[in-house]
Design a protein around this ligand. Structure first.
Ligand code: P6P
Length: 283
């Protein structure tokens, strides 16, 4: 696993350099979710694929930018599922973006996630790594090295509310719940980049990030294997919770297809409990 984390650190610097120096135009392709691919999406994907090809413990890769599973070896132990440059459409307005990694051992489902990591490409390059032991660890790039900053803890209750999805397509239940939080004084913090938005809530004392089922996306928008499940480990290990609209832990999801999505809610315990009450799924 150490070699996997070292590889993530190495690709973080390469992708950050690509963000700062490469063409921001669109390629002529689409990803498996039918989204237009930026040249940066394709390039970031290639950087990661090349880097992991040399890691003996990795047997396969699943990428947001590719359809299926890319087999690398028959002797490897882990499958790395990743979103190479999440929120890439924000690069051309100079907002923070990120890479997300889920490391699985066995079948590709929530219970087999053994570790996750994400990189934030912002004013600074930051990396967070979570395993099933202990709190997530925050690292910050200093020169060409990542230095450990400290463990991440979430408060019981926060102040931030990142409400995703198109509001006109929210259910009345979800709209009433989000409005209630704002009426209680929560502050809107939503950039449209999952990585910086979830990173901010974890580091700024907690709150709620929601991307619900909507009339135009009844299964939500965010992908289970390389977005939702990796962040679910982060939030649970930091002392928060991560559930879907039925109250199921996101770490218990079993995707039928590598690009399956899920409605998702990540937050401090207090906000997730309030969501359960609002959605009528209180335990
Ligand atoms: P919306 C970026 O495209 C992304 O996949 C996530 O990074 C982000 O949380 C979400 O989509 C934003 O979606 O529909 O709110 O613009």
């Amino acid at each position: 696993m150490r070699k996997i984390f070292e590889t993530i650190k190495a690709v973080a610097f390469e992708i950050d350099n690509a963000i700062k120096t490469e063409d921001l135009g669109y390629s002529d392709g689409e990803n498996s979710s039918g989204e237009e691919q930026l040249k940066l999406d394709v390039q970031s994907d290639l950087i990661i694929e090349k880097a992991f090809a040399n890691v003996a413990s990795v047997k396969a890769l699943v990428s947001e930018e590719k359809e299926g599973v890319l087999e690398l070896s028959t002797t490897g132990k882990y499958t790395v599922c990743y979103d190479p440059l999440d929120g890439s459409s924000l690069v051309d307005v100079n907002l923070s973006v990120g890479s997300i990694f889920g490391i699985y051992e066995g079948e590709l489902e929530g219970k087999n996630l053994v570790a996750s990591a994400y990189v934030v490409y912002g004013p600074r390059i930051e990396l967070v790594i979570a395993t099933k032991e202990g709190k997530p660890m925050l690292y910050r790039a200093v020169g060409s090295e990542f230095k450990a900053v400290g463990e991440i803890f979430m408060n019981e209750k926060g102040k931030l509310n990142a409400s995703g999805g198109t509001q006109q397509n929210w259910s009345s239940t979800h709209k009433a719940f989000i409005d209630k939080l704002f009426n209680e004084g929560y502050r809107l913090r939503y950039s449209g980049g999952m990585v910086p938005d979830l990173h901010q809530i974890m580091l700024k004392g907690g709150g709620l990030f929601s991307y619900p089922a909507t009339s135009d996306k009844p299964n939500g928008k965010l992908r289970q294997l390389f977005e939702v499940i990796p962040f679910a480990l982060m939030y649970e290990q930091a002392g928060g919770e991560a559930i879907n609209h039925q109250g199921m832990r996101l770490l218990e999801l079993v995707p039928a297809h590598p690009h399956d999505t899920s409605p998702c809610f990540f937050g401090s315990k207090s906000e997730i409990e309030a969501l359960r009450v609002a959605y009528g799924i209180a335990q």
